[in-house]
Ligand binder design. Structure first.
Ligand code: ZN
Length: 657
C-alpha cells in the first residue's frame, strides 16, 4: 500500500510497565468516510465500550470490586505517591486494566502485587469510606477480609483458566463461568443438550454462567433483564441508534438480529445473526459485538465478551482477495487425505480492515486477524468471514523497528538480511493464509462431534490453520499470483516461525511454568515436532555459539515437506475427532518447556529491555453537534494517555455493580 502520510510525528508507544507495552494505533482513512459512516462508527464505538465490565466479571467474580477499590485509591489517595510502594501499586492497577482482571491476560496466572497487604490496608484507610465499593451493610474490615486473600494469597483462586491434564478444570479455574459445579457435571449438562441439537447445533452454553443451587443445575443467561442485563441494555441502546444510520438493509438486519439476540438470549437467533453477518459484505463499516471466543473457558464453551468496530482498507484487500479467489485450488492441492477435504470451499470472504475501536476481550491486547463465526455447522455450510487488521499490524511493525531483537536472536547475516527484506510481507501473508484459507479448509467426517477434542480443540485448530499457511508459503503459485516477489521470500517466515516456536516465544512465560495459551501451544507443537522429526537429517537444528543458542535451518524444502506431513496428521485428528491423538501431540510437543533454554532466552531478552506483550489505547471519538443536537462531524483524537483512558472508561461505562 502506498503510504503518503509522514508517520514520523506519530508517537506509537504510550506506556511501558511490567511485561507490557502500550501502543497507539492510527485510523487512516477515517477522514475519508462519509458523515453517515462516521456517525455509524461513533455509535458502534460507544456500544463497543459499554460491555467492558462484562469481561471483567467473566474473568473472575471479584475483578470489578477490586478494580473499583484500587481506582478510588488511585484517584483519592492524599499521601506521598513518590515511593516504591505506591509505584508498585500503580503498576498493579495498570496490569489489572490491561488484563481486564487480576489474572495475566495471556498466562492466566494471578498477578503478584509488588506491595504488602499492610500497605494496601493503609491506602484503603486513607480514602473516604463513602467512596469505597462496600456492599450493603459491609464494613471496611469485612471488605478487606473478603478481597485481600483474593489479591494476595497465591493459593486462593490462583489461575483464571487451568488446563492441567487430569485435574477438574472447572473447579480449579477462577474464571466466572461456573459456580458450584464440577467438570463432570458441566460436561454431562451440555452433553445432554447436544443430543437434542441435530446436525445444526447451536453453541450450547456460550452465553451463560452454569450454576448449581441445591441439586439443580441451571444457566444464568447473559441478556437484557438477565445476568449482565444493565450493560447489555446500554449496548442495545447504541445499536438501535446505529441501525438508523446503517449503510444498507443487510447491515440493518444484522443489527436488528443482534439486538433481538441480546434481548432474548436465544442461541438460534444468534446463529441467524451470524449467518447474516457473514453474508453482509457490502457495507464499508462492519463490527463485532458480543460473546465470541471461548479461550477463557477451560471447557471451551463459554464465550467472553468483545467488540471491534472497523471499516474496509480497500487497497490492502486486494491481496487477500487473490488468496480467497484461489481457495479451492489451495484445498485441492493440500497434502491432506482427500477424505478430509472439502469438495467445495465456500464463502471464504477476505479483506483487510482498519480498526476504529477495540473493546472487551480485544482491548487493550488484541488480535491482528479475525475469522468468524465460530459455529462449526455455519462454517461448513456458509463459510466464514475473515479479516486481517492492517493498521494494528502496521503499528506493531513501526513500534518494533530497530529494537535489537533480531540482532540478538537471529543466527546469521543471511537470515537477518532476509528478514529485513521480506519479514513484514511474509508475516502478513502467513496471517492471511491462516485466516482466509487455513481455518476454512477441511471437513469433519460425518457424525464427528465438533467438540470432540475438548481442551485440545483450540490448539489443534490453530495448528491446522498455521500449518496450512506454512505449507503454501513456498509454493510457486504464490509467486505466480504476485503474492510473493520470488521463491526466496518464504524463508523469512519459516525462519521467524521456527525461532519463535522453539525459542523466543518463551519470553512470555514465567520461569518454571508451562505453555498454556492455545496459539503458543500450537506454535511450539509445530516447531518441536518438525525439529524432532527432521533431526536425523538435521533439517532444523538448535546450535550453540559462544554460549548462546540459535535456530539454524539447513534444508528449507525438507522443512516444507515436514510441515505438510504434520498438516495431514492434524487434519486427520480434527476430521476424525481423535481426542487421544490430539492429547498426545499437544502434551508431548506443545506444553512442556525446556527449562535451561527458557532461562537462557529470558536472560538474553531481559538485556534488551523490551516488553513481551503489547496492547493498544483507543483513539477518542467526539461527536460534534449543531444547536439542534444533530451530529455534524465526528472528530478523532490520538492524545489520550493509558491511565487517563482507563479511568475515563471506568467512569463513563461502569455498568455492572
Ligand atoms: Zn486462528
Amino acid at each position: 500500500m502506498e503510504e503518503k502520510r509522514n508517520n514520523d510525528e506519530f508517537e506509537y508507544t504510550v506506556d511501558q510497565f511490567a511485561d507490557l507495552q502500550v501502543l497507539r494505533y492510527r485510523v487512516p482513512g477515517f477522514e475519508n468516510l462519509t458523515l453517515r459512516q462516521k456517525i455509524l462508527v461513533y455509535y458502534l464505538s460507544q456500544a463497543a465500550l459499554e460491555g467492558r465490565d462484562i469481561l471483567f466479571d467473566q474473568n473472575g467474580k471479584y475483578n470489578l470490586r477490586i478494580r473499583r477499590l484500587l481506582e478510588v485509591i488511585y484517584i483519592d489517595y492524599p499521601g506521598n505517591r513518590d515511593t516504591d510502594e505506591f509505584r508498585a501499586f500503580e503498576v498493579y492497577l495498570k496490569r489489572i486494566w490491561f488484563s481486564n482482571g487480576i489474572y495475566h491476560h495471556y498466562a492466566c496466572d494471578k498477578l503478584v502485587p509488588g506491595f504488602s497487604e499492610g500497605y494496601l490496608k493503609s491506602l484503603v484507610i486513607s480514602v473516604g469510606t463513602d467512596r469505597l465499593p462496600l456492599k450493603q451493610g459491609e464494613t471496611l474490615e469485612e471488605m478487606c477480609g473478603k478481597l485481600f486473600p483474593v489479591i494476595f494469597d497465591s493459593s486462593v483462586m490462583p489461575k483464571r483458566v487451568n488446563q492441567a491434564d487430569g485435574e477438574d478444570l472447572v473447579v480449579t479455574s477462577a474464571a466466572n463461568y461456573y459456580e458450584g459445579v464440577t467438570q463432570r457435571e458441566a460436561e454431562n449438562f451440555y452433553a445432554a443438550l447436544k443430543l437434542q441439537g441435530g446436525d445444526r447445533p447451536v453453541m450450547y452454553g456460550m452465553n451463560s454462567r452454569l450454576v448449581k443451587s441445591g441439586s439443580e443445575i441451571k444457566e444464568e443467561v447473559w441478556k437484557e433483564g438477565g445476568m449482565y442485563g444493565a450493560a447489555i441494555k446500554k449496548i442495545i441502546g447504541w445499536l438501535e441508534k446505529a441501525e438508523t444510520v446503517a449503510e444498507n438493509d443487510s447491515l440493518r438486519k444484522v443489527i436488528r438480529l443482534l439486538v433481538e439476540f441480546y434481548r432474548t438470549g436465544d442461541l438460534k437467533i444468534f446463529d441467524e445473526y451470524s449467518i447474516e453477518w457473514l453474508k453482509e459484505t457490502g457495507s464499508q463499516v462492519d463490527f463485532v459485538n458480543g460473546f465470541i471466543e471461548s479461550y477463557g473457558d477451560p471447557l471451551g464453551m463459554k464465550a467472553s465478551w468483545e467488540s471491534i468496530v472497523n471499516f474496509k482498507d480497500q487497497e490492502a484487500t486486494r491481496r487477500t482477495a487473490i488468496i480467497s479467489a484461489n481457495a479451492q485450488w489451495f484445498e485441492d492441492h493440500s497434502p491432506v487425505d482427500s477424505r478430509f477435504k472439502k469438495e467445495e470451499v465456500k464463502g471464504v470472504s477476505a479483506k483487510v480492515i482498519t480498526a476504529a475501536m477495540l473493546g472487551g476481550d480485544l482491548y487493550p491486547s488484541t488480535a491482528i486477524g479475525i475469522n468468524l463465526p465460530n459455529s462449526n455447522w455455519i462454517r461448513s455450510v456458509h463459510g466464514s468471514k475473515s479479516v486481517t487488521i492492517g493498521n494494528l499490524i502496521d503499528a506493531y511493525n513501526k513500534a518494533a523497528h530497530g529494537n535489537g531483537f533480531r540482532e540478538e536472536f537471529v543466527y546469521g547475516e543471511e537470515e537477518k538480511l532476509r528478514l529485513e527484506k521480506y519479514a513484514d510481507l511474509t508475516d502478513c501473508l502467513h496471517t492471511d493464509l491462516h485466516e482466509c484459507v487455513g481455518h476454512g479448509s477441511g471437513k469433519l467426517l460425518p457424525g464427528v462431534d465438533p467438540d470432540a477434542l475438548k481442551a485440545y480443540g483450540s490448539t489443534i485448530e490453530e495448528a491446522r490453520a498455521d500449518l496450512f499457511g506454512l505449507y503454501y508459503l513456498p509454493d510457486n503459485r504464490l509467486v505466480e499470483l504476485g503474492l510473493t516477489p520470488d521463491g526466496e521470500a518464504y524463508k523469512a517466515e519459516y525462519y521467524s516461525y521456527m525461532m519463535n516456536g522453539l525459542m523466543t516465544q518463551l519470553v512470555r512465560i514465567e520461569p518454571g511454568c508451562n505453555v498454556e495459551e492455545a496459539h503458543m501451544r500450537n506454535r511450539q507443537l509445530i516447531a518441536r515436532w518438525v525439529l524432532e522429526n527432521g533431526s536425523s537429517d538435521k533439517v532444523v537444528e538448535l546450535v550453540k555459539r559462544e554460549g548462546k543458542t540459535y535456530v539454524r535451518i539447513n534444508d528449507y524444502s525438507r522443512l516444507r515437506r515436514l510441515f505438510g506431513e504434520l498438516l495431514a496428521e492434524i487434519q486427520r485428528i480434527k476430521s476424525e475427532g481423535d481426542f487421544e491423538a490430539a492429547r498426545r501431540l499437544v502434551e508431548r510437543y506443545g506444553v512442556k518447556v525446556d527449562a535451561e533454554l527458557h532461562q537462557e532466552v529470558l536472560v538474553r531478552y531481559k538485556a534488551l529491555h523490551l516488553a513481551p506483550y503489547k496492547g493498544f489505547v483507543n483513539p477518542v471519538y467526539t461527536a460534534v453537534t449543531d444547536n439542534d443536537g444533530n451530529i455534524t462531524d465526528v472528530a478523532v483524537d490520538y492524545t489520550e494517555g493509558y491511565a487517563e483512558q482507563m479511568l475515563r472508561y471506568s467512569r463513563d461505562y461502569s455498568n455492572l455493580w
